[in-house]
Design a protein around this ligand. Sequence first.
Ligand code: NAP
Length: 321
Amino acid sequence: MRTGHVREVVILGSGPAGLTAAIYAARADLNPLVLEGEPSSTGDQPGGQLMLTTEIENFPGFAQGTMGPQLMADMRTQAERFGADLAVEKATRVDLSTSPISIWAGDDEPPVRARTLIIATGARSLMLGLPNEARLIGHGVSTCATCDGFFFRDKPIAVVGGGDSAIEEALFLTKFASSVKIIHRRKELRASKIMQERAFRNEKIDFIWDSTVTDVLGTDHVEGVTIKDALTGHERDVELEGLFVAIGHAPNSALFEGQLELDANGYLLTYGGTKTAVPGVFACGDVQDHEYRQAITAAGSGCMAAIDAEKYLAALQHQLR
Ligand code: NAP
């Protein structure tokens, strides 16, 4: 991968945005290098958030649905088939002020140099921020039903959140758990109607409305949670053996702070498609999209980023002539 030559395109991230960008850039004969990212305890992993999903029913082209990890494996194979180089490495530093751009990964020196950079670093799970939640991660606290559901066979568990992720996780977890409580801070779910109806119909699921989790109980594994009624302020303990946190996501943009423009929530700002304010740097997928956040929109913007990069390189080539 580190051939020393200046890469035409380097892509950071290997979710639907990054891999679609890789397919398009590879088919444009640009031999992109994809730094796929590395697994971490907070749920980061090559393939992105779809690796933590079960069935995908709304990705066009799959009339009977497909599985998230399978979709990502297929995109990866497709990108490699056209000549993309993929590396399970995480960018640790970038310098966007130079041309070519420099990208460091791990302890690797010298940096990878690239004429264009496509940022597709995605988003990560938000946590409640409770000390015992952090302490019990991997010991009953989880952000990934697909990864950990199996460990909760015939056990009572809860999911926090009221969006599509929370409902999807809860529905999946009913395959294993004896009961699933959905703890939501309001009386109304944010999730799509079809998901809501499935949850309401599922007899293993019940709801604790207008409530927040204020503590996670247990010494070396989860034994329960303390919940607070948002209307009365009353606190009570609920016995549980697992707590799945599904309260949304934050963009993985810290690497670019001070070099690219970020909005108040940390999403990268783009102009007219996927262009950032730095020439040759493009952003796509969940790291720049706080509105749609779907696999298909991420893939679409990955395609746009590759085309934008290709046009930028063509213009650069023209200038050099
Ligand atoms: P989301 O839609 O932002 O929902 C987050 C949920 O967590 C909301 O119900 C929110 O409550 C709650 N929440 C946020 N912070 C909280 C806190 N500190 N304490 C307690 N609760 C908190 O996030 P998401 O469910 O991860 O979904 C993200 C996007 O992906 C959405 O566009 C969604 O449609 C999409 N998605 C789609 C599918 C699918 O189609 N199969 C699956 C998963 C996700 P409030 O409602 O009160 O704000």
